[in-house]
Every structure is written in C-alpha cells, then in structure tokens.
Ligand binder design. Structure first.
Ligand SMILES: [Zn+2]
Length: 286
C-alpha cells in the first residue's frame, strides 16, 4: 500500500513497486470521514480524497443522489413528469409506478445499476434524467432539478448519510498525516461538456478553494466522471497549467511507466465483500 507522495515519486523515477495499491475516494462525502477514516487509521493506510468544493457545507445532496431520492425513494410522484432544458423537453409517464407500495419500494431500493436490466418507468426516468443532467452546467442542472421538485410539490431533503463534508470537518480530517486532499472541480460537471472558459474556471477555482480551506497548496486533481470522453484533452492541459503536479482519471487500467501523470488511471472498486473482492483484485493484477 503506497501513499500519494510515494506514487508520484515512483512514477517520476519510473520505480513503481510491483502490485502496489494507492487508495482514493472521490467527491467528499461525509462517510469518508465517519466510516473510511477510522478504518484507514486502524490499519495505518494512507489515502487520497478528492473534494468537489462547491458541495462543501451545501444543504443539497449531490445531484445524482437527489435524482435517486426523487425517482427511487419518493412514495408518491405525479403520473406524468416533464423536464425542459434549452430546446428539448422530455416527458415521462411513471404509471403504474407513480405510487409505491412496500413491495415496489423494495424493488427500487435493491436495484443494482450495474447488473439489473430496466424493468419499470421510474428507473427509465431516473436514468434518462441522469444522462441529461450529466451534460449540463450548474445553473441549467439546478433548474432541471427544481422543475422536478415543483411537479411533486415537495422540496428535496439533504439526508445525513448522503451529505458532503462541511468545512470544519474537512479541516479536522486534514489534520491526519495519513491523508492527502485533492480537487475535484467545484460543481462536479463533465468538463468536456463545458465551454473552455467555464472548464478552466471549474479546475482553477476548486484548486484555490480547497487550498484556502486546508491551508495547503492543492497538488492533485481528479476528473469528475473520469473517463477520457468526460474530460477531454483541453482539461488535461489546463490541469497541468494550473499548477497541479498530477491528476487522476478512472480509465480502468493499471498504472505503469507509460502512464501520463495528468491522467493517472484508476479502477472503480465494485461493491464486493470477502472472497469476491479478493478475486476481483487478482483479476485487476492479471
Ligand atoms: Zn466524482
């Protein structure tokens, strides 16, 4: 298990220890502090946390969680829902899943996006909205979310287990020498979808805001929805020019001597336990 600093030094010197692992978490959820931190400390494991600075202390959940709250958790929704963004309007018919009984609730809550095929209109609406919102900048994205809530005459709640860390929590977290913090844009937009100026602003502002909070230079960055197509070549160059020393993608391959230090690949860890996780880890190492 190696720390961020060890990874960067090893990459620069082309001396990566074989089968080494560097752990990272993205977004800045409170559970990083409450659940991951004690476990990592218990085992003495260094870790890197990437923070979307616009969500620090925010009373709204990350937008994808808010969509989940709306489509997968709300017991009563209108039969028909629509969203307008720019020139396009999408209509959804949620019947007969507009009202959820206990059984339907369980089906939705236990849905596994990676494994289960679509089988009802709430899931279809959820995935369509997710796809649309991922392409939007912050104002238009919030406008779409607000349209949804207006149609069900309720306001979103910020569930404790879904919220991002507050400023004070981050400062307390950063006091531990095991952990390094990096930037993850301000508003968690897909950078390749933004005009150049806005893309640059998201990168530079998150570096500055995080640096101010933790009172340190922000040296590393991770791209939201970190596959190449979601950030693009221009963003890689901007990250370099902004003064970061490294950046992380989620292009699923192992880090090696050819890895670009501004696109360090990562594997997203699936939700597995025990033996299955061990098997998964072996498959990653090949
Ligand atoms: Zn993220």
């Amino acid at each position: 298990m190696i720390s961020y600093e060890e990874l960067v030094v090893a990459l620069k010197k082309d001396k990566l220890p074989s089968k080494s692992v560097c752990i990272t978490f993205d977004d800045g959820y409170l559970d990083n502090l409450e659940v991951a931190k004690p476990l990592l400390e218990k085992h003495g494991l260094p870790c890197l946390f990437f923070i979307a600075t616009g969500y620090i202390g925010k009373v709204r959940e990350f937008w994808w969680d808010e969509l989940e709250q709306y489509f997968l958790c709300k017991h009563e929704l209108p039969k028909n829902i629509s969203i307008e963004s720019g020139d396009s309007k999408i209509d959804f018919s949620l019947a007969p899943w507009d009202n959820l009984d206990k059984e339907k609730s369980i089906v939705l809550r236990s849905w596994n996006a990676a494994q289960d095929a679509l089988n009802n209109p709430r899931l279809e609406a959820f995935l369509s909205c997710q796809k649309l919102l991922k392409t939007l900048d912050i104002n238009e994205r919030e406008n779409c979310l607000n349209q949804l809530w207006e149609q069900c005459s309720e306001a979103p709640v910020c569930r404790q287990s879904y919220r991002a860390m507050h400023k004070e929590e981050l400062i307390r977290f950063n006091a531990s020498p095991l952990f390094t913090f990096g930037a993850h844009t301000v508003n968690h937009c897909a950078l390749s979808r933004l005009p150049y100026k806005r893309m640059k602003q998201e990168i530079v502002a998150s570096k500055n805001e995080l640096g101010k909070i933790i009172n340190e230079n922000t040296v590393t960055f991770s791209y939201p929805f970190g596959f190449s197509e979601n950030y693009g070549k221009d963003a890689v160059q901007v990250v370099d020019e902004a003064g970061f020393e490294s950046a992380f993608s989620v292009n699923s391959c192992r880090v090696d001597r050819h890895s670009n230090i501004f696109e360090i690949p990562r594997f997203q860890v699936p939700d597995l336990s025990g033996d299955n996780f061990r098997k998964w880890l072996h498959s990653v190492y090949g």
